[in-house]
Design a protein around this ligand. Structure first.
Ligand code: SAM
Length: 285
């Protein structure tokens, strides 16, 4: 299976909702469960054409007064951030703006291949430079409570951006100030309740669902807000952490705490890790 630029899941993020026969709403290519309320679009910047001057761009200010991306290779993330604020539907800039890097689709030819011990996996036919966008984790946006009943679904990504920003969980907290502190105000009472929303790629998804875990990964997870500014429903984008040569397996850290996953019988579930890294933790969870 090869995914290339023709298979791009176009993520234009024009805020548009509609229902299909199965009762899902859509924000363009993102399917949304009917019982999920998607926040309204944020007000944008007044730039024209492309955002170039961070002093005059409201979106740049949200990123700490600079753009998170540089122009090389169609947009490269300068460094991992707690959250990236991209330009959205109410911004004056156009689709070529560098601050819409995650909205431009796949740039590398990604292949799904079979591994001896980990099932399917993903690699690129092209060289991927450090900081380049690899793909978005696409699926159905659901309430996490609604998927707990299906413990055999291996394709659920909990949107743990808020927890990571608060230093809860195993994913590494990003240094640097969050330019919009109100993001962190959300559900302080629910500190232990975990992510409210997840992306379920069990029945619908893209190539990201086949990317395996590694204890020494070459991709990292970046939370991105482009349409609205609700961190609990942030988009989840995978970027290259290193220069990645062609045909090297692409991996990210799933971020599980050991002993954090329970089976239907209420007992701790364990899964052996076969990432092969010298400092492998030996278990995914
Ligand atoms: C999101 S899926 C990744 C694609 C999966 N390999 C497949 O064949 O569809 C996650 C599942 O892949 C397997 N997996 C991912 N990384 C692994 C690793 N490092 N070691 C062992 N199994 C892994 C586990 O079964 C995990 O629940």
């Amino acid at each position: 299976m090869i995914y290339d630029c023709d298979d791009v899941l176009l993520i234009l993020f024009i805020y548009c909702e509609c229902d299909d026969m199965a009762g899902y709403k859509y924000i363009k290519s993102i399917k949304v469960s009917k019982n999920v309320v998607v926040p309204g679009s944020a007000s944008g910047c007044n730039c024209k054409g492309s955002c170039v001057d961070p002093r005059n761009c409201a979106c740049a200010r949200l990123n700490g007064s600079d753009f998170p991306y540089v122009h090389r290779d169609g947009g490269r993330l300068i460094e991992p951030k707690a959250v990236v604020f991209e330009c959205g539907p109410n911004c004056g800039c156009g689709s070529g703006c560098v601050n819409r890097t995650s909205q431009k689709g796949l740039r590398y030819r990604l292949e799904v291949f079979r591994t001896p011990k980990k099932g399917w996996a993903v690699r690129s036919w092209d060289y991927i430079p450090s900081g380049a966008l690899v793909c978005e984790y696409i699926g159905i946006l659901k309430k996490t409570d609604d998927v707990d009943s299906n413990p055999e679904n291996n394709y659920i990504f909990d949107i743990d951006c808020l927890q990571t920003m608060k230093g809860i969980g195993r994913r590494e907290r990003r240094v640097g100030e969050v330019a919009m502190p109100s993001l962190l105000d959300k559900d302080d009472d629910d500190k232990d309740s975990g992510p409210e929303f997840c992306i379920d790629a069990g029945s619908t998804g893209n190539v990201a669902r086949f990317i395996n875990h590694s204890c020494q990964p070459n991709l990292f997870v970046q939370c991105v807000l482009s349409v609205h500014h609700d961190i609990t429903q942030a988009r989840v984008i995978l970027f290259a952490a290193d220069n990645i040569p062609p045909l090297k397996e692409l991996t990210y850290d799933y971020g599980y705490e050991l002993d954090s996953v329970m089976g239907p019988d209420g007992k701790v579930k364990k899964l052996a890790c076969y990432c092969g890294a010298p400092d492998c933790r030996q278990r995914l969870f």
